[in-house]
Design a protein around this ligand. Structure first.
Ligand SMILES: [Zn+2]
Length: 229
């Protein structure tokens, strides 16, 4: 398990584990794995739920999810297209479908899907609220879209994950635009194999939004965020 410790109240921990949108998120009570690919099933053993944002190879690995479910009670929550294809290889009752505007609870932790601007079939993004109200916006590999303003105002986000590369049209500038629209306490540039892109994002953020913190994540390192007052 990549995160051994349990976060304190009002705090979450996360690990970025691949070049894409792969995040392990740990709250005081639950562990979630978002878009797991390029990770061993063993590392997902104690995961309470796997979330899948869309069907692309860098977000959905059916075999990995199948392997994980053989030895764990982990729930799987996926966009409609990924859910459909998962049900062809995995017992269908283990797969839950989520659509933009709907919410699923994992104990006291809530997962709300929002839309995604990305050329996939029915892609979603995730607003995750911990049991203490720490708010994380996992934007998968979405480009910025206007409704992000309303999401930011409604949720008062603590963390937003911002794509800065690899996806069509994505750049440090579009990643920064996501931060600008959603106004989180902490912005995290990811979905890239270029540290330069992450640094570029961080420079724009520092110049334009000096009060927003930037974590440039190193892969497999643990980061901690405490809820803002
Ligand atoms: Zn992607």
């Amino acid at each position: 398990m990549p995160i051994q410790n349990t976060p304190e109240k009002n705090t979450i921990m996360f690990v970025w584990f691949n070049r894409y949108a792969g995040i392990i998120l740990k709250t005081p009570s639950k562990t979630l794995a978002i878009d797991p690919v390029d990770i061993k099933p063993r590392s997902l053993q104690k995961t309470d739920a796997i979330l899948v944002s869309h069907e692309h190879y860098d977000h959905l690995d059916q075999r990995l999810i199948g392997e994980t479910l053989k030895t764990s009670n982990c729930r799987v929550i996926a966009d409609p297209t990924s859910a459909k294809s998962l049900r062809s290889t995995i017992p269908p009752d283990r797969i839950e479908e989520i659509q933009p505007g709907t919410e699923i609870k994992i104990g006291e932790v809530s997962i709300r899907a929002e839309k995604s601007k990305h050329p996939a079939a029915q892609p979603v993004t995730f607003v995750i609220t911990s049991e203490d109200g720490v708010k994380i916006f996992h934007t998968s590999d979405s480009l910025p879209f206007p409704e992000m303003v309303a999401i930011g105002e409604r949720e008062k986000l603590d963390v937003t994950f911002c794509t800065v590369g690899i996806a069509p049209g994505a750049s440090p500038e579009t990643g920064f635009e996501i931060a600008r629209l959603t106004k989180p306490q902490v912005a995290v540039p990811y979905h890239t194999s270029s540290v330069d892109s992450q640094k570029k994002f961080s420079e724009i953020l520092k110049a334009q939004m000096p009060r927003t913190a930037c974590f440039i994540p190193e892969q497999n390192k643990i980061y901690e965020v405490t809820k803002r007052r």
